[in-house]
Design a protein around this ligand. Structure first.
Ligand code: GMT
Length: 375
């Protein structure tokens, strides 16, 4: 049994989901888990006697113009390391979480090993910004072990930061109990979708990098030839402009803006195809969630996306901005029931075979064991 601390952004987002699911799976394997986060991880939805939650509290002293969250986190980490005698502190994101963990390790008296998982944004967004480059590099180099969620992210990290340290690829996974296709006949009807209409889905936080306009333009071309509806799930900075574009194109009746949703697997269960046209994407957890619910995907040749979608087998890969090509692949797939069924089966097989949660959790446990035995 190991005592494992976990720090992540606990709110909605792929990295928070992975960190929380990993904690729950490790608890099921008999480990003791300590989440050290700013709020209760949103996926932590049932009682686990061996999972503890340590809240990072922020006091608003008038002397600080900005409450020092990172320092409060480092302090809480050090407290938990010493009190609980943690073996491993697994942090998600180099910036700021690995930096906080390194500071906590310096403060704490108990010896703890730091494992850092890179999810992308700290490298692909912050790494470009020279302000933080040195700090991110320090976070990675001073960690006892570093993982990244795709090969592409390893290469990018090494190129961008000039790092020679080993970075292990450990892919993301989904909770197979939750992400499976369900027979939900009424949902389609409740949303006013005709039984013969195909359903395309896009899920994101509507940031600029998600290229929501490309999703809408691709859909516009598809719907001119096939009876389809597009479900847009999520919310974020580009939401209002996306809404505006949909009105300008006169697509209000065929695009449903559903905002943030909890039961994503229900919506995936009524979907036939997933679109992800991002310009940056270290993995694309939403793709794996879709494939796990038997939904083929079309994505861009960007970051880790081609490591998740198998072109011409579980979906299609197009170059960034190639909306015509994406639409023509979608029309070819949605217009051919036998092909759609084949891709749908392939998608599930690929998800279960190459990204199974038990396999991924074993890879993390092996890494923890190696890090501990090196001391
Ligand atoms: O995509 C986002 O904006 C959210 C971000 C996060 O912190 O969850 O996603 C990143 O981590 C996910 C989990 O590993 C990956 O599936 C996403 O591809 C990655 N996002 C980017 O690289 C832009």
């Amino acid at each position: 049994m190991k005592k494992i601390g976990i720090t992540c952004y606990p709110t909605v987002g792929g990295s928070g989901i992975i960190a929380t699911e990993l904690g729950m799976l490790m608890a099921e394997l008999g480990n003791e888990i300590h989440f050290i986060t700013s709020s209760l991880p949103f996926r932590l939805n049932r009682v686990y006697p061996s999972i503890y939650y340590h809240e990072v509290e922020l006091n608003h002293y008038p002397v600080f113009q900005y409450p020092p969250y990172d320092l409060a986190l480092a302090n809480k980490m050090a407290e938990v390391i010493d009190r609980e005698k943690l073996d491993i502190l697994h942090v998600h994101y180099a910036m700021p979480h690995a930096i906080c963990a390194i500071l906590a390790r310096d403060i704490a008296e108990h010896d703890v090993k730091i494992v850092t998982t890179l999810h992308g944004t700290d490298i692909t967004v912050l790494g470009i910004d020279h302000t933080f480059k040195k700090m991110i590099k320090h976070g990675i180099e001073q960690s006892d072990a570093v993982t990244a969620v795709s090969k592409s992210l390893v290469d990018q990290t090494k190129d961008m930061l000039g790092i020679t340290k080993d970075i292990h690829v450990i892919y993301n996974f989904v909770n197979e109990e939750e992400y499976k296709k369900k027979e939900l006949t009424t949902i389609k009807e409740q949303y006013g979708i005709e039984p013969n209409e195909k359903v395309i889905i896009h899920i994101s936080n509507f940031r600029k990098v998600k290229r929501i306009f490309d999703v809408i333009h691709t859909f516009n071309k598809i719907q001119s030839q096939i009876d389809t509806k597009l479900l847009l799930i999520g919310d974020g900075p580009e939401y209002a402009e996306a809404f505006q574009l949909v009105s300008e194109l006169g697509l209000q009746d065929s695009i449903l803006f559903l905002g943030k949703q909890k039961n994503i697997s229900d919506l995936l269960s009524i979907s036939d195809l997933k679109l992800l046209m991002s310009e940056k994407e270290s993995f694309g957890l939403v793709l794996l969630e879709a494939m796990s619910c038997r939904v083929p995907c079309i994505g861009t040749n960007v970051g880790g996306i081609p490591e998740v979608i198998r072109h011409n087998e579980t979906g299609y890969i197009v170059e960034l901005g190639e909306t015509d090509k994406a639409a023509s692949f979608a029309i070819q797939l949605l217009g051919n029931e036998a092909l759609l069924e084949k891709f749908s089966r392939n998608a599930l097989t690929h998800a279960r075979k190459n990204f199974h949660s038990q396999e991924i959790v074993n890879q993390y446990m092996d890494l923890y064991n190696r890090v501990i035995s090196h001391s």
